[in-house]
Write a new protein. Structure first.
Length: 170
């Protein structure tokens, strides 16, 4: 580390400490030449990949935009902000672990849908309808069947009626 006072590249670390969260390292240093002391801070500098949109344009990854689109899909759903933030963090971690400089926007959309499917099935269907640009009701029905864990049976349905007939009017 170069001394900020005299510019000499020979400095010694006299003390090292991490902050409470463990994401910043503080180092006290002493210049060998001029004997002045100074402090440096080290933190992780992670570079998110650039996003390649469907039209070929490239843009920087935007944490707020990702969180906003998930919050829009989850609007008025019983999901906490903490759960949404954790999902966004998982998506970012996955993007970083890919080690790519560029990622297609479709990949991010698929990661969002995977997280929404775990958080809230209604939000998943909302997002999928926009992301996949559903053309008709049949596409909604297909996604609903995909997320349905078990057929819904009402009081009148104890005799074994077809649950798909009841759900989709078919």
């Amino acid at each position: 580390m170069k001394c900020p006072f005299c510019g000499d590249p020979n400095t010694q670390v006299t003390d090292t400490r991490e902050n409470e969260d463990g994401d910043v390292v503080r180092r006290r240093r002493r210049c060998v030449k001029c004997d002045k002391r100074f402090t440096t801070y080290e933190r992780i500098d992670l570079k998110m990949p650039h996003i390649v949109k469907r039209n070929g344009n490239r843009t920087e990854f935007d944490h707020a935009k990702l969180a906003g689109s998930m919050k829009l899909a989850l609007r008025k759903r019983p999901v906490t902000i903490e759960a949404i933030d954790a999902a966004v963090d998982r998506i970012e971690a996955r993007l970083l672990s890919m080690g790519e400089q560029e990622v297609p926007s479709e990949k991010i959309g698929e990661l969002v849908m995977k997280e929404l499917k775990k958080l809230d099935k209604v939000a998943y269907i909302r997002f999928a309808s926009v992301y996949r640009n559903f053309a008709d009701v049949d596409e909604f029905a297909e996604v609903i069947r995909e997320v349905q864990t078990r057929p819904r049976r009402g009081k009148a349905d104890k005799g074994g009626a077809d649950p798909e007939h009841d759900l989709f009017g078919g």
